[in-house]
Design a protein around this ligand. Sequence first.
Ligand SMILES: NC(=O)c1ccc[n+]([C@@H]2O[C@H](COP(=O)([O-])OP(=O)(O)OC[C@H]3O[C@@H](n4cnc5c(N)ncnc54)[C@H](O)[C@@H]3O)[C@@H](O)[C@H]2O)c1
Length: 380
Amino acid sequence: MGERKFLGIGMLGAGWMGRAHTNAYHTARYMFWAKSNWEPRLITIGGIDEKEGKEAAARFGYESGVAGYKQIIENPAIDIFDNVTPDPMHAQPSIDAALHGKHVVCEKPLAVRVEDAKRMLDAVNEAGVKNLCCFCYRFLPAVRLAYELIQSGTLGKIYHFSGKYYQDAGSATETPAEDIWYINWSGIAQGITSHLIDMSRFLIGEVSTVNGLAVVYNKMRESKKGPVNVTADEGFFGMLEFTNGVSGVLQSLGVANGKRSELSFEIYGSKGSILWDVQEPNFLHVYLAETVNPKVVGFTRVCVTEPNHPFMDVWWPKGHTLGWEHAHINMLAHFMDCVANDKPVAPLGATFEDGYKVAVIIETLNESAIQGQKLELKYT
Ligand SMILES: NC(=O)c1ccc[n+]([C@@H]2O[C@H](COP(=O)([O-])OP(=O)(O)OC[C@H]3O[C@@H](n4cnc5c(N)ncnc54)[C@H](O)[C@@H]3O)[C@@H](O)[C@H]2O)c1
C-alpha cells in the first residue's frame, strides 16, 4: 500500500487499560499490516510519577517514560495522545492535547460531568483533530454484524432494544468501600451504563426521552477508615424512547452476584431478532422470520468467524475465536487508519460527540430519577 506512515503514540496512564491499549498498538501493527499504510511508534508513556512512567516504558516498549502529560503533548513526534487515566482525569489532559494539535483517544466515560464532556468536544472541534471515545464493544465482529443486519433492513422495522450490563463487585455487604471500583470512581452509571447507552445509540439511533432510576443498595459500607456513607449508584436503570420510535430498556447492576461482567442485548424487529452476550462474544443469535425451510425455524447461533464477517479478514481462519482485547485492537486500528488517511472516525467509531451525548443521557436519566418523571434530552 505504498509508503507507510509512522504515527507517534503518547499514552497517559499505565494501569489495566494502559496495558490493553498498548497491546492493541503492538498487535494492530502486524495483524493489520497487509491492509494498512500506517505503523504506530510507541514514543512516550506518562505515569502518576516518573517511576511509574519509566517502569511502564520498559515493560510496554515505549521509548521513554515520564511523569504526567506535559512532555507528551509538547513533543512534535507524537501524533496521537491516548488518555487511559481514571474517569475524573479525562478532561484537562485531553483538552490540552487537542489544543497542541494531537489527535486524541480517550477512554470512556468521556467525562463524569457534562460540562467537562462539552469542553472536550469543543476543544477537538476547535483544533480540528481526530477524536475517539473508547466504546470498544462496537468493534467486536458480532456487534458489527448486528449493526449491518439492522442497517441493511434484514431485521425489518426495529421495535425494541433491551440491554443489560451486570457486574458483582459490590454484592457482598461486607466488602469494604475501597475494594469496590465503582465506589472509588464514579458509580455504575458512568462505569458500565455508559457502554450500554453507547451500544443502544450505535445500533438503534438517537434517544429522545428517558425515564431513570438510580439505586444505592448499601448506603453504609465498612472501609479501612471505619464506616462510610456511599452515594455512588449501584443499580442504574432507564426506559428510553428513540427518535425513530424504537423503545429501549437499560439495566445495569454492580451487585448482580455471580455475574462477573456481562454486557448483553436483545433487539426485536418485524422480520427478525438478534441476541448477544459479551461472555460469548463470537456468537450472534439471529432469528429470521423467513426461512428456506418452514420447519427449520428459531434462533441460529452464528459463529462470527467466517472470512466475510466483520474484521475477520485480518484475524484467524474460520472457527478460531476472538476475545475482549480484540475490540481494542480493531478500534485503535480503525482510529489509526482515520488519522493516517484523513477518514471520519464516525459512524463506526465513537467520537467525543458520542461521548458527550452519553454524558448528557446519563445526567438526564439521573435528573429524571430525582424528579420521578420522563424527561426530554437536550444537547447544547
Ligand atoms: N473500555 C473498556 O472496556 C474499559 C474497561 C476498564 C476501564 N476502562 C476505563 O479506562 C480508564 C482507565 O482505567 P484503568 O482500569 O486502566 O485504571 P487503573 O487505575 O488500572 O490505571 C490508571 C492509571 O492512570 C494513572 N494515573 C492516575 N492519575 C494520573 C495522573 N494524574 N497522571 C498520570 N497518570 C495517572 C495511574 O497511576 C494508573 O497507572 C478509566 O476511564 C476506565 O473507566 C475502560
